[in-house]
Design a protein around this ligand. Structure first.
Ligand SMILES: [Fe+2]
Ligand SMILES: [Fe+2]
Length: 409
């Protein structure tokens, strides 16, 4: 079967048949497999071991770890404003996102001195931080793309509200868990409109790069123009806007205070990406899509714990807090090329034709704005206008440029 035939089938059906498994049928305990590196265990036992909030655990899972949450049965966002939908979903999604902030055991390797509170994620995924900011971006991108139907915006608000909640069970499949979970939690969300429900689920499902790295939609090793073509077949404006926004949503404001320690900043590319780079806007002018990122190497004195922990690196006004293994040339000058690569370290690419965050983000731009001829990213130094790296990606040159970025590592 060709890839095109595979992609023409409803994507959640494909997901069901693929390696993805979602044990949320109310009969079996929810299983957790944290980033596929640990054996599956019962979600209740897992959350207790992770010192998660008892009230939250009891609200969602019974004694055997079976999902018993029934509070969202009557929620219907049909006809609501996007803002109302976003606010109505908050009391349901917020607790799950809060759970994820301390339940992921990977983060527990870095205990906070003097605190029993475990850290799960180093980057803020809570409702009023990442979720709200992402929603603002999605709304703006859909407006820029000319989406007029108000219900699409309301449905997009719901997709954004729900897209990351199932991180509390693990990072790897959180998109699939959330796509299935939204229907389980809110079976009447679209007033019985199956097409709208499927669109919301699709947008949630397609936001995580893991989807594009294997069954069922392998985009790895494909030329960039083919990636865009294939993505056009499975994406809607809502899902493309969410993918583009979610990958561009990098900000210092997302790094939680407990992560502002050298051992975490040095070890985690995702933390570094957020710490040093702020998304600063997207413009669509004729055939050019232009994204601006700000590089901010400085931390204001007395503002951040991390600054106090770095001996001998404090000047009078600011603390410069580069991770030691990167970013500087031997002569001590900052290499913006290296900064650029560093900021996208986790986002990729690690090689040409990768299915990484950066490539997928750029491809999502081409999908959402079909008249795009060039996607330009300006990476500006926040305090030095002379320092800027400009990259331009077209359907023809994207693989080459992405390959150059990978080599700058
Ligand atoms: Fe996510
Ligand atoms: Fe997200």
């Amino acid at each position: 079967m060709s890839n095109l035939e595979i992609l023409s089938r409803p994507i959640l059906q494909i997901a069901r048949e693929s390696r993805y498994r979602f044990p949320m049928d109310g009969k079996d305990p929810l299983q957790v497999s944290h980033d596929a590196r640990q054996p599956s265990i019962n979600a209740r036992e897992y959350l207790i071991a992770a010192k998660a909030n008892d009230t939250y655990i009891d609200r969602f899972l019974d004694e055997r770890g079976i999902w018993t949450f029934k509070e969202g049965q009557n929620i219907d966002i049909t006809g609501l404003t996007p803002q109302d939908a976003f606010e109505i979903l908050q009391p349901f999604e917020s607790p799950l996102l809060d759970l994820s902030m301390n339940s992921l055991l990977e983060g527990h390797k870095y205990p906070v001195e003097g605190s029993d509170e475990p850290v799960g994620l180093f980057n803020d995924h809570t409702y009023l931080n990442h979720i709200q900011t992402t929603w603002g971006m999605v709304e703006q991108f859909m407006q820029m793309a000319g989406v007029e139907d108000m219900q699409s915006y309301t449905d997009a608000a719901a997709a954004v509200a729900c897209h990351d909640s199932f991180n509390f069970l693990g990072r790897s499949d959180h998109n699939l868990d959330a796509a299935r979970g939204v229907r389980r939690m809110f079976p009447n969300l679209t007033g019985g409109d199956k097409g709208r429900m499927r669109n919301i689920q699709t947008a949630i499902f397609l936001h995580n790069e893991i989807v594009y790295r294997g069954t069922p939609f392998n985009l790895k090793d494909r030329p960039f123009d083919q990636k865009v073509e294939l993505m056009k077949q499975i994406h809607t404006p809502m899902s493309a806007a969410l993918l583009l926004a979610d990958k561009a949503e990098i900000r210092r404001g997302r790094v939680i205070p407990q992560a502002l320690r050298p051992q975490i900043v040095d070890a985690h590319e995702h933390t570094r990406g957020n710490l040093y780079t702020d998304f600063a806007g997207l413009q669509h002018v004729k055939g050019t899509l232009k994204m601006t990122l700000n590089h901010n190497p400085w931390v204001e004195q007395n503002n951040l714990l991390y600054a106090e922990l770095l001996d001998g690196k404090v000047d009078d006004q600011f603390d410069q807090i580069y991770a030691p293994q990167s970013l500087k040339n031997p002569d001590g000058q900052i290499s913006m090329e290296k900064v650029y690569r560093e900021m996208w370290g986790l986002y990729g690419p690690h090689k040409a034709r990768d299915a990484d965050r950066l490539s997928l983000m750029i491809a999502a731009g081409f999908v959402l704005f079909p008249d795009t001829e060039a996607f330009q990213i300006d990476y500006e130094h926040k305090y030095d206008a002379q320092k800027v790296i400009q990259r331009e990606f077209t359907l023809d040159n994207a693989d080459e440029v992405l390959g150059e970025i990978a080599l700058a590592a």
